[in-house]
Write a protein that binds this ligand. Structure first.
Ligand code: THU
Length: 140
């Protein structure tokens, strides 16, 4: 799949953010950039802790930053996730669920690997089919 206009810039923003990841234990740095419906780009990185279980993934930190900047469910139009791995890396299951709350099923998630430049655009729905979302809670 080819990248759409703006997605290369989103990957560049995630690459730049990744440099700031705090990952002294795994040495696996992750950078994420989100495009909001108002055009703003919000970034996030993984933040590890010496109490290992307190680590927070880059995707969830990016979503937290977006919410702090005013984002609401459905406002995330595109996502770039950058790692340095053997292949373009998919987000973990927990992060897929958190992304689903603020993305749309059609939101493009561009997976990019700085080691070999591999880039794989997928959709949120392909990563998390039949997601449990706010729409499943009509009485909320
Ligand atoms: N990590 C992320 O930031 N996102 C994911 O989706 C998978 C894992 C981070 C957590 C930890 O800091 C490191 O990658 C290794 O698991």
């Amino acid at each position: 799949m080819k990248l759409r206009p703006g997605e290369a810039a989103l990957v560049a923003a995630a690459r730049e953010a990744r440099r700031l990841a705090y990952a002294p234990y795994s040495r696996f740095k992750v950078g994420v950039a989100l495009l909001l419906n108002d055009g703003r780009v919000i970034t996030g990185v993984n933040v590890e802790n010496c109490s290992y279980g307190l680590t927070v993934c880059a995707e969830r930190n990016a979503i937290a930053a977006a919410v702090s900047a005013g984002a609401k469910p459905g406002d995330v139009l595109a996502v770039a996730i950058v790692t340095k791995a053997t292949a373009a890396t998919s987000p973990c299951g927990a992060c897929r669920q958190v992304l689903a709350e603020f993305c749309r099923p059609t939101t493009r998630i561009v997976l990019h690997n700085v080691a070999d430049g591999a880039t794989a655009p997928v959709t949120l729905a392909s990563l998390l089919p039949r997601a449990f979302t706010p729409d499943n809670m009509p009485d909320r």
